[in-house]
Design a protein around this ligand. Sequence first.
Ligand SMILES: Nc1ncnc2c1ncn2[C@@H]1O[C@H](COP(=O)(O)OP(=O)(O)O)[C@@H](O)[C@H]1O
Ligand SMILES: [Mg+2]
Length: 243
Amino acid sequence: MTTTTIKAENISKVYSLQKQKTFKEFLPALFGGKETRTKFNALSHINFEVKKGESLGIMGKNGSGKSTLLKIIAGVTKPSDGRITVLGQVAPLIELGAGFHPELTGRENVYLNGSILGFKRKEMDKLYKNIVEFSELVDFMDQPVKFYSSGMYMRLAFSVAVAEIPDILLVDEILAVGDSKFQQKCLDRIREFQNQGSTMIMVSHSVEMIGQYCTRGLLLKSGKQIYFGDITEALSKYQDLLT
Ligand SMILES: Nc1ncnc2c1ncn2[C@@H]1O[C@H](COP(=O)(O)OP(=O)(O)O)[C@@H](O)[C@H]1O
Ligand SMILES: [Mg+2]
């Protein structure tokens, strides 16, 4: 598995959902009545492989399990069944503001995020200037990030994640919240990484973006894998699904 960076073997994810109880149902439950949890299959039997330097686009309607899958790859959540193998350092951009502490300033969050990504303080001191420059948030670094807009969050999160070339970059839709000029800047950076051999997994509703930046495609429908393989075929099947 020397050239394989990410391998998903028969991955499933089951969420246990708490049913909303009425008061009549609540009392017996309190005294040891039946549990009213239902199981929900967010992902069922997912299998794919991403080789080093490849870019995989994950497609599917809302709720099809795309973010859950990225979280499993990032190690934020575990599969209920099956196995995930990830070789290399992962830079995850999977949830807006995840890893950000609202009360801390932009500067403090940059350092906090850097340490989550595995950078030492000294390395961060060196990277800090470039991160802030890339984010174009120089004047906002001493403000608590709770005052940031979603676009500003995204700028800062992306800037930290791409401060150094990651082995594996995970991008979940967040590019959509930026303005188009900043989005293009992020995409240029992503292209640079691809040219230097980084592996990427991208979730986007934009067929154009996936087509332009991904070589392979994975199509999900209600947590099930509809297709994995060539990007052209994946996009065409995705468009069939939408019509
Ligand atoms: N922590 C959770 N607990 C329960 N259900 C969840 C949780 N996270 C996601 N889900 C459910 O799993 C399904 C897939 O969600 P998600 O992976 O976010 O889909 P997508 O990113 O494709 O829109 C959805 O039905 C969602 O409601
Ligand atoms: Mg999602």
